[in-house]
Write a protein that binds this ligand. Structure first.
Ligand code: PMP
Length: 451
């Protein structure tokens, strides 16, 4: 049994010693002390079905034994920076990761987060093309450092950054967008931005395959192939941000971009939980197997990567470039173990089968509850948008909080996002089962009935 501090004490310390910007879901936040596969446990030993672990890309489940073992074994033998000496962990994982990518995408740079990966990708595109202009999509989330915050396009996440050279294109959002699901019409906006907002040459286009933070928005069909053509004609590179949609989550494919039939020039990815890097750095020297077993680090371990072609990668030889912790042996051993688990346990196929089943059940729920405006997504990256009026698509901002709180009380944790905060984000660990899907939908159904 857990004997550590309770929720109130943690809240008090958070208020006093942590950033006031930190936020929690739920009126009464859950004090999670343990994770096991698709479950989280609170300080009273109460079990919750975690349908949102995917934001930390806990793809193979909390504390998966193979991943924990890889981390513990590597921690016992060596944890150090990889910039000075050789070590096999980084090379082995880079090779394995490159084998999962199509075409000439085979040079890997490791980082500690998705933000860092996107910063590096954007910098490389600018160096490679000699241009500064980057186009990203409205409603996108790409990170919160200077460059990536400029690429991020929701005022909720933007501080007073200088948006140097970033243009935001119409979002090809089939539900709320101007042109419905007509991808090619939205793609004209990119042409216009290139013609009227730049010198005619651009550095890059960056986008997610399915917007995560933006509320599980699938890009309209036909959009990415048309845009990739326009960008390449303007001399730019295409960057796929796979931080949320990568690593088998979309089920039909290993990477989200593959479902659109395109091959990017740069792919970014990460398996990071917010704040994880902070605890990891401060606790690195104290890591013990007991400590590790207490954490939901499956692949919530801080690790990001940029994968590109040898030709683009060459730009970083113009100066010295390094990342002290990026690709350290413990993180890369964990990443490699995660890849192996995804394969060994057929998690991509599971994401496809269980995800399709769950989407069907959620869509059925739409005929029962007027409040559900849209059900969307692919594999185990699903969204349910709540509206108080289906015609006007009025965001059900208050109702979603009530349903979410009720679901938590019944033992199911889901996420929430979208610009108006009215979209349920369902991105569970990929070991989610059909029984879990049924439980989630039944609980959501009950909570909506009680509204
Ligand atoms: N890209 C996408 C698509 C994301 O969703 C996120 C964060 N969830 C990031 C980049 C930034 O990742 P990080 O928080 O690890 O910096």
């Amino acid at each position: 049994p857990y004997t550590g501090p309770g929720a109130e004490e943690i809240m008090r310390k958070r208020r006093e010693f942590l950033s006031p910007s930190m936020f929690c879901f739920y009126k009464k936040p859950v004090n999670v002390v343990h994770g096991k596969m698709q479950y989280l446990f609170d300080d009273n030993g109460r079990r919750y079905l975690d349908a949102f672990g995917g934001i930390a890309t806990v793809n193979c489940g909390h504390c998966h034994p193979d991943v924990v073992r890889a981390i513990v074994d590597q921690t016992k033998s060596l944890q150090h920076s990889t910039i000075l000496y050789l070590n096999h962990a980084i090379a082995d994982f880079a090779e394995a990761l490159a084998s999962k990518l199509p075409g000439d995408l085979k040079v890997v740079f490791f980082t500690n987060s998705g933000t860092e990966a996107n910063e590096l990708a954007m910098m490389m595109a600018r160096l490679y093309t000699g241009c500064h202009d980057i186009i990203s999509l409205r409603n996108a989330y790409h990170g919160n450092a200077a460059g990536t915050m400029a690429a991020t396009a929701q005022c909720n996440w933007k501080f007073n950054v200088v948006q140097s050279g970033v243009h935001h294109a119409l979002n090809p959002d089939p539900y709320r967008g101007l042109f419905g699901a007509d991808g090619e019409k939205y793609a004209h906006d990119i042409q216009d931005l290139i013609h009227f907002g730049t010198s005619g040459h651009v550095a890059a286009f960056i986008s997610e395959a399915i917007q995560g933070v933006g509320g599980i928005v699938e890009l309209a069909p036909g959009y990415l192939p048309a845009v990739y053509n326009s960008i390449r004609e303007a001399g730019g590179l295409c960057i796929a941000d796979e931080v949320q949609s990568g690593f088998a989550r979309v089920g039909s494919h290993f990477w989200g971009f593959e479902a659109h039939g395109v091959i990017p020039d740069i792919v970014t990815m990460a398996k990071v939980s917010r704040g994880a890097m902070h605890w990891f750095n401060s606790f690195r020297e104290k890591l013990t197997s007991t400590f590790l077993e207490m954490q939901g680090i499956g692949n919530g371990i801080p690790l990001g990567a940029v994968v590109t072609t040898p030709e683009v990668a060459e730009v970083l030889t113009r100066r010295c470039y390094f990342n002290t912790f990026g690709g350290n042996p413990v993180c890369t051993a964990a990443g490699h173990a995660v890849l192996k688990v995804i394969e060994k346990e057929n998690l991509q196929e599971n994401a496809h089968i269980v995800g399709s089943y769950l989407k069907k059940r959620l869509s059925d729920l739409k005929s029962k509850h007027e409040i559900i405006g849209d059900v969307r997504g692919r594999g185990l990256m699903l969204g349910v948008e709540l509206v108080t009026d289906r015609q006007l698509k009025t965001p059900a901002k208050v109702e979603i909080l009530q349903v979410m709180d009720q679901m938590k009380e019944m033992g199911v944790l889901v996420g929430k996002g979208g610009f108006y905060g009215n979209v349920f984000r369902i991105t569970p660990p990929l070991c989610f089962t059909k029984e879990d899907a049924d439980f989630l939908v039944d609980v959501m159904d009950y909570a909506m009935t009680k509204l």
